[in-house]
Design a protein around this ligand. Sequence first.
Ligand SMILES: *Cc1c(COP(=O)(O)O)cnc(C)c1O
Length: 372
Amino acid sequence: MKVPFLDVLAAYRELQPGLDKAYRQVMESGRYILGEEVEAFESEFADFCGAKHCIGVGNGLEALHLILRALEIGDGDEVIVPGNTYIATWLAVSYAGATPVPIEPDPGTCNLDPVRFQEAITGKTRAVIPVHLYGQPADMDTILEVARKRNLAVLEDAAQAQGALYRGRRTGGLGDAAGFSFYPGKNLGAFGDAGAVVINNDEIADKVRMLRNYGTRTKYENEVKGFNSRLDPLQAAFLRVRLSHLDEWNQRRRAVAERYLDQLADIPELILPQVPEWAKPVWHLFVVRHPERGKLRRYLEQAGIGTLIHYPIPPHLSGAYSDLRSRIGELPVTERIADTVLSLPIGPHLDGEMVESVIDALGKFAKSPGAA
Ligand SMILES: *Cc1c(COP(=O)(O)O)cnc(C)c1O
């Protein structure tokens, strides 16, 4: 049996009537930039997150970038970021002209470590960006407590965590502002690029809204050198259809994760994700660790099981940040994670048989002579 890592086409198949209708509605509206669909999605997604405002933007990277701009964080400022994240978190800081300062994660959850965050604060620090990595919320109350004492902004990178709960509260409304990505493979995925800023502060919300649209509140009155990063109405219409299924689809992911957690617990050397009692993740990814990651991956591939690595090269060792002159070994926890992680197939369209076949293959790998 073939088990693809993720079947993005399945989302279209399941929701086709609604999506096709949404497409026709936008095409016939004649409104192809901003307008009603975008506003309707913004209001629905703000409600979903339990936050006051949502501002639809071009993608997740732009969401984070525009928040930093609106907060006037830039030249000469430092922003604390996880060492182990997708490079977009760092790039948003670089785009704004500030310096990303990486810290090591909690090795258990792979999420931001509040103690290391506190230690990394300098006189130049303006903000911190906890990432709800793999769909699991970071320890926001502890992070906020540290940040408040030093007057730092807390921006959630919630790109992987639409719908995740932290102590019963949704991600997106937990800090000072949040950036979401609706890249097609995300839990709430568009059918192209899309993103959003979610925020409670009226003034900053207003500023983000202006910045995403050429720095204008009124057409042709360009108050500042703004950007063009507007959520596309077609994507907004598609996202509205997908949003109405998000909780249910996240629940399907949870069912897969529970099965994995239960059935893979006894496999030697395999490290399973750790979930703190206050977290209700949405399992954007199910990431295991194994000292023989390469061998395991090839074994699964031969069994027809698709896996990916999130992420093989941490930003500090990437070409993009060669100017930092980081050396291998500089962030040992982060680098160890990059060398050992493997993402198993997970998604709302993985059926029971597929899950069993992944579990089965992992069990066989553990018993095979070449395993360790
Ligand atoms: C996907 C992702 C982003 C960026 O999203 P885009 O929409 O692709 O720009 C940012 N941060 C994290 C953690 C992500 O997973």
